[in-house]
Design a protein around this ligand. Structure first.
Ligand SMILES: Cc1ncc(COP(=O)(O)O)c(C=O)c1O
Length: 376
């Protein structure tokens, strides 16, 4: 079945008998038992809820996993994941990470005894492996510098050293990138972004293809309680129905904006994996079926960056990405504000860097908006 059909009909289970085409919202915290020791399959919504199961099955089908678990946010999914590890364990992560993930690793998980090393390439990741290493955590393309890491190469290293391999697939979604087919063990999503797609709800997912991992994660999820509300699950189910056309349109517009940005004298560098000059272009061609709708770019100075942020009208100056509304972000002050300054600067996240999430407005209107914001 094509992925655009899975987006709409990914869940085969039906939990009502009315023929309702839209998925009903089962707004029930708890479920009555038919008899002592008996269950309808649903007992309490922190563990399982029919609306959530519909969403979880859809996300699992999209990623080619066996099951997915829905969370109240992407960070709730990462926090649950971290509970797989014990004090003394070591994890290697890609060095350009969403700032909130880095903050969780360094300020929460580290306090709980888990240690982290960061590296940019599969080769450097392998060099970081020590006796206590248990996992490799990857974000590709990375947030916000758009580095692309060879997923299959990292999977081979993880396999060789018997490490769990986790990929955050938020930026490209299964529409453009399938980490399981390249060797990942767990796929993570901030469903707040492209899966939900409308900037109207938070959500997160862990997707697995292995029953033992699923059992461990379901146990942690029901015990720690970061579950998604069925109302929000409904919104994400609805959002996913249009994932395919949203991803296509966002990418098409992003490519037009990239071409325009490259012609602007005030723009010093454009970071987009679809550019032939991008250092990881060949890897992208191999492992993805598209380059997505996220663009980062550096302008000539801080004043220009601030002018753009304060002058855009159609594009909103706001944190987040992947929704129908185009958003422009100042990573230094927003998504990556908690990174130590030297670390942030070394990665190129400075006062000149902006990140643009291209939504579904007309490409001409978005370019006109950026043009007036640049004062052209
Ligand atoms: C790549 C990535 N992963 C995870 C998260 C965390 O997701 P949430 O904001 O839904 O908690 C984000 C948020 O921006 C992100 O960009």
């Amino acid at each position: 079945m094509d992925i655009s059909t899975i987006c709409i009909h990914g869940c085969k289970k039906k939990f009502d008998t009315t023929g309702s085409v839209a998925t009903p919202i089962f707004a029930s915290a708890t479920f009555a038992h038919p008899g002592v020791g008996q269950s309808t399959g649903f007992d309490y919504s922190r563990s399982l809820n029919p609306t959530n199961v519909h969403l979880e099955d859809t996300v699992a089908a999209l990623e080619g996993g066996t099951e997915a678990i829905a969370f109240s946010s992407g960070m709730a999914a990462v926090s649950t994941l971290m509970e797989l590890f014990s004090p003394g364990d070591h994890i290697i992560a890609s060095d350009d990470l969403y700032g909130g993930t880095f903050r969780l690793f360094e300020r929460v998980s580290h306090k709980n005894g888990v240690n982290f090393s960061y590296a940019a390439t599969p080769k450097d990741m392998e060099k970081e492996i020590i006796k206590s290493t248990k996992a490799i955590f990857l974000e590709t393309p990375s947030n916000p510098m758009m580095h692309v890491i060879d997923i299959a190469a990292v999977a081979a290293i993880a396999k060789k050293h018997n490490l769990l391999f986790i990929v955050d697939n938020t930026f490209l979604t299964p529409y453009f990138q399938k980490p399981f087919s390249l060797g990942a063990d767990i796929i993570l999503h901030s469903g707040t972004k492209y899966l939900g797609g409308h900037n109207d709800t938070l959500s997160g997912f862990l997707v697995v293809k292995n029953d033992e991992l699923l059992e461990k994660l379901r146990f942690i999820a029901k015990t720690t309680g970061g579950c998604l509300s069925p109302f929000d699950a409904f919104l994400v189910i609805r959002g996913i129905k249009t994932l395919a056309i949203r991803m296509e349109r966002s990418q098409e517009t992003a490519q037009k904006i990239v071409s325009w940005l490259l012609e602007q004298s005030a723009v010093k560098k454009v970071y987009y994996p679809g550019l032939k000059e991008h250092p990881d272009y060949e890897i992208s061609l191999r492992q993805t079926s598209g380059f997505g709708g996220m663009i980062s770019f550096s302008v000539q100075n801080e004043q220009t960056a601030i002018k753009i942020l304060e002058s855009v009208k159609v594009i909103k100056y706001a944190e987040s990405l992947g929704g129908v509304e185009s958003l422009i972000t100042y990573p230094m002050l927003q998504t990556h504000a908690d990174l130590p300054e030297s670390n942030r600067r070394a990665r190129g996240i400075d006062e000149c860097l902006l990140r643009l999430s291209v939504g579904l407005e007309s490409a001409d209107d978005l370019i006109a908006d950026l043009n007036q914001a640049l004062g052209n």
